[in-house]
Design a binder for this molecule. Structure first.
Ligand SMILES: [Zn+2]
Length: 343
């Protein structure tokens, strides 16, 4: 029996009222299959109504979080030195070098890495290079590798879907396991576009909060329907990513969920990009993300001009400032329990 959310409450705010059911087509690999999502009329959170019994067909070997070996991508001698400078600049320095490098080098992956490191810096590496960091749903482990390269000594990445665990040459460690199996405690626990892939985000966030050291924080980067892109594109919004995204939390939905767990949102910084536009426009044109005409695969064969892509990047920056981007980084911390006062 496939799991079904049809009669269940909103996984974020627990409301039983649904405004509509949104039918969304798989559009990464061009698998012609439709999936229904419920839209919570109270908080706007989206939830896949029937989760396929076997998700493996939707995560083929060229799925982008697992096919990039960090030792190969960043480990070659010259690249490694350059990456170390960029990453250290973004994490510990004033970000001048990383800012210049990502402005000059036209690589989307580099810009993304610098932006992600900025969110980690904002979340706080409380104990500097001795901060204990856990990356939940680490995929290929690129971020675990990057943090190790910048000198963070105790970084662990877990992902139940990786082929096998291993130690990285930068000192980080990848373990094939679920968050619920993780031992020990951490100063910073991160979900980088992984919380929307779990069937029960409340349970995952609870497991994370349980493993925080005193003063520790959780960093959640994820897409959100509380955005201009979802309002504009609806079912064609690229970050719905059916059926891989099981629950896509709205901004108020995440806040309500945190409160239920005795935690609160400390800060939010939007980090959306032009992807929200070209990805969704490609969906409307019937071009899957991994298609050879996709910006993701071969920008020169994509149906958008360089000027158009640049304009979308600028529009994304404006939306981020306004808090209307389609993805953001939330820093979450346990709410301090008030000291009881006696009359
Ligand atoms: Zn809701």
């Amino acid at each position: 029996m496939p799991l079904t959310n049809a009669t269940q409450r909103c996984p974020a705010c627990l409301s039983a009222s649904r405004s509509e059911v949104l039918t969304v087509r798989e559009n990464m690999f061009g698998i012609s299959e439709d999936f229904d999502y419920s839209v919570c009329s109270d908080c706007g959170t989206l939830a896949l109504i029937t989760v396929p019994e076997d998700m493996a067909p939707y995560y083929p070997s060229n799925y982008y979080s697992v096919d990039l070996d960090p030792e190969r991508a960043l480990g070659a001698p010259v690249v490694r030195q350059f990456a170390q400078l960029v990453i250290s600049s973004a994490l510990w320095g004033r970000g001048v070098f990383s800012g210049v490098a990502s402005a000059v080098i036209p690589r989307r992956q580099l810009r993304t890495l610098v932006s992600v490191l900025g969110s980690i810096r904002r979340a706080g590496l409380a104990n500097g290079r001795e901060t204990r960091v856990l990356d939940v749903g680490c995929g290929s482990g690129i971020l675990v590798f990057a943090l190790g390269l910048a000198g963070v000594q105790d970084v662990v990445g877990v992902d139940p879907f990786m082929s096998s665990g291993r130690e990285l040459s930068t000192g980080g460690c990848l373990i094939k396991q679920d968050l619920s199996e993780v031992e020990g405690s951490y100063d910073l626990i991160m979900f980088h576009h992984s919380l929307e892939h779990v069937p029960d985000p409340e349970a995952s966030l609870k497991e994370a909060l349980k493993r925080l050291t005193p003063g520790g924080r959780v960093l959640i980067r994820m897409p959100t329907p509380s955005s201009h892109a979802f309002a504009t594109y609806g079912a064609a919004w690229v970050s719905l990513d059916a059926p891989r995204h099981l629950v896509v939390l709205s901004r108020p939905g995440l806040e309500t969920l945190c409160q239920r767990l005795g935690a609160g949102v400390v800060s939010v910084a939007d980090d959306s990009t032009s992807f929200q536009f070209w990805g969704s426009e490609q969906y409307l044109l019937g071009i899957p993300l991994m298609d050879r005409r996709s910006v993701m695969v071969k920008p020169s064969d994509a149906p958008f001009s360089k000027a158009q892509l640049k304009a979308w990047e600028e529009q994304a920056a404006v939306l981020n400032k306004e808090g209307r981007g389609d993805q953001a980084a939330w820093v979450v911390a346990p709410t301090p329990t008030p000291t009881p006062t006696f009359p």
